[in-house]
Design a protein around this ligand. Structure first.
Ligand SMILES: *Cc1c(COP(=O)(O)O)cnc(C)c1O
Ligand code: SF4
Length: 396
């Protein structure tokens, strides 16, 4: 078992009795690496981070590695590293080479391929960065990157240029400069804290950042973008929730890609957040062979509503270098929205967006319901492709 990140200390935690139910914790004893691990350890997020799997040797305890995966794992060093929390690893179906969790978690040689149009920094975030770690693209809101580390690394990560262990691109010393910048622009009313995964920071470090942001008078809302409820729901502790509550209104955007990610343990974590008043939204990356079929996406959106997460965005997979094997045509995304809108709960329909290469920001794309716009007459089609007209009375 590979241990990393020695700065992370294992601490004893008390677990909620409801969690002691085996069906919520998950059946990890079946993997020989973890057969002797206690439930207390398993439920300790620091233990999970320390015991993430990285190497071919570790991964071979979970799945039978394919030649493409072998090469991907061997060459992932120095690039977006491989790291998988034990919690996330046991969700992999060892029998299914196309398992959606496996495809997101295990590096493959396909990542080594570079395709035309792919870029290191596809959304030109670095260009719109007035201070390291801060991206200011829209007039009233900013993206604040506070760490480059995540619990588990996603092979499709759009920020793979900076995300990973020990990249040392972001430095918390810059946070004060970023906050000075935010304070100096009275138009900024919304700060989206992301990374990496901000919940990789210890509670007190994250609290320091939230406190400084809350002290900026024009800031109305804070947001955190995280994958913790998916890749390490144990991170959502009572202590974390009570700390975050002090900085309300705080919206939480969670990166979900497949209905199989919504386990009982994940629901438990999302319930803790929703019960404590945090509005939850989802962000999904459209990924070939993982969630590009309309019935899978619809199932994901339904499962999200059941755990009180409002589907927010489906992203076209950005043209980041080494991700071409995940990219679908844009028509695939449009068709998914076509199959959702009208056919299911409006709340279950997210916005499909293309983050414009070169830094144009998120552009919504979807089916066209407006067919023509003549003088005072709009012609539409509905979700079943029936035509309707709407006549406007023009009083002038
Ligand atoms: C996505 C993003 C935001 C937030 O956009 P919303 O549409 O408000 O969720 C802000 N800044 C940058 C640079 C972004 O990429
Ligand atoms: S959690 Fe987000 S930032 Fe981290 S590897 Fe996955 S996509 Fe990238």
């Amino acid at each position: 078992m590979a241990a990393s990140n020695s700065s992370v200390e294992t601490q004893k935690i008390s677990i909620d009795p409801a969690l002691l139910k085996k069906s919520v914790i998950g059946d990890y004893h079946r993997i020989d690496l973890w057969e002797d691990v206690s439930e207390l350890e398993w439920e300790d997020w620091h233990w999970q981070v320390k015991n993430r799997i990285h190497t071919k040797e570790d991964i071979s305890h979970i799945i039978k590695i394919t030649p493409e995966e072998e090469e991907g794992i061997r060459r992932s060093h120095g690039r977006l590293s491989a790291a998988i929390t034990p919690y996330w690893a046991i969700l992999i179906d060892p029998e299914d080479p196309n398992c959606p969790i496996r495809k997101q978690a295990i590096p493959t040689s396909f990542e080594l391929k570079t395709s035309p149009h792919e870029m290191i920094d596809p959304c030109a975030e670095d260009r719109d960065s007035p201070v390291p770690g801060l991206v200011h693209r829209y007039p009233d809101r900013v993206l604040l990157l506070v760490t480059e580390m995540c619990f588990s690394y996603c092979r499709h990560c759009t920020r793979r240029r900076m995300v990973g262990e020990n990249k040392n691109i972001l430095d918390l010393k810059n946070i004060d400069k970023a906050i000075d910048y935010i304070r100096s622009d009275r138009k900024i009313r919304d700060v989206l804290i992301s990374g990496g995964d901000p919940l990789m920071l210890e509670d007190d470090v994250l609290e320091e950042i939230l406190k400084k942001l809350r002290a900026v008078s024009q800031i109305e809302v804070l947001r955190i973008g995280t994958r913790a409820p998916v890749t390490l729901p144990q991170r959502i502790t009572n202590d974390l929730v009570s700390m975050l509550k002090k900085y309300s209104p705080l919206w939480i955007s969670i990166h979900f890609n497949h209905p199989r990610e919504i386990t009982k343990r994940c629901k438990f974590a999302c319930d803790m957040l929703a019960d404590n008043g945090f509005p939850l939204g989802s962000q999904t990356v459209l990924l070939k062979g993982i969630n590009d079929r309309p019935y899978i996406m619809k199932k994901l959106m339904h499962e999200l509503l059941k755990i009180r997460v409002r589907p927010y965005y489906i992203y076209q997979c950005d043209p980041a270098k080494g991700t071409s094997h995940f990219r679908t045509p844009i028509a695939t995304g449009i068709n998914i929205i076509e199959k959702l809108r009208g056919y299911t709960t409006g709340y279950a329909v997210p916005t499909y967006v293309v983050d414009a290469p070169g830094g144009g920001g998120k552009i919504p794309v979807g089916p066209n319901y407006l067919i023509s716009e003549a003088k005072d007459r709009y012609t539409f089609r509905n979700y079943k492709k029936k035509i309707y007209t709407y006549a406007e009375t023009n009083e002038d």
